[in-house]
Design a protein around this ligand. Structure first.
Ligand SMILES: [Zn+2]
Ligand SMILES: [Zn+2]
Length: 173
């Protein structure tokens, strides 16, 4: 278990038990833990699969965005979403991030067929903006049905690597 102690604004110390779900926060972590949000405390401690660190408002796709997403075939989905993931992963300094980047690059379809009316519709519902604000984890979730399993494995490896990074950091609430 990892306790990180730091002085809050009041001068009193606040401590957080990082969770497994927090690894790679904020880009690669899991959804925030409801127990932490509700009670400021989670019984599962490090074993919790949800993130224990503070999160901003969750980016949710609205109805028209979800409908537009449904119009996309697997190839189009990859072609549109993977570049957003790559951009976010490219900011992570880690050897595993390079491995993941290469796999993502390879997953891009060679020939991207995106007819204009469809692209226009996507722009209209502001999907690109939503993708920009979503975490790598949330974006991968959107692609879960069309991603090769080695990409998900590389993502898990990268999260595990973040355990060492977490050891060197002090998180403040
Ligand atoms: Zn997080
Ligand atoms: Zn928890």
């Amino acid at each position: 278990m990892k306790y990180h102690r730091c002085a809050g604004r009041s001068g009193r110390g606040a401590s957080v038990v990082l969770s497994h779900g927090s690894l790679g926060h904020p880009a690669l972590c899991r959804a925030p833990c409801v127990h932490i949000i509700k009670n400021g405390y989670c019984e599962k401690g490090f074993e919790c699969d949800f993130c224990h660190l503070p999160h901003g408002r969750k980016v949710r796709l609205n109805k028209s965005q979800r409908e537009a997403l449904k119009l996309l075939g697997p190839g189009q989905k990859l072609a549109i979403i993977v570049p957003f993931i790559m951009k976010k992963v490219s900011h992570i300094e880690d050897q595993q991030a390079d491995v993941l980047l290469k796999l993502l690059q390879n997953s891009l379809p060679e020939e991207i067929v995106t007819d204009d009316p469809l692209m226009k519709q996507l722009r209209l519902v502001n999907l690109h903006r939503a993708f920009q604000q979503m975490s790598v984890t949330a974006l991968l979730d959107l692609l879960s049905s069309c991603l090769p399993s080695e990409i998900l494995a590389a993502y898990e490896d990268l999260r595990k690597d973040q355990l060492d990074v977490a050891d060197q950091m002090i998180f403040c609430l």
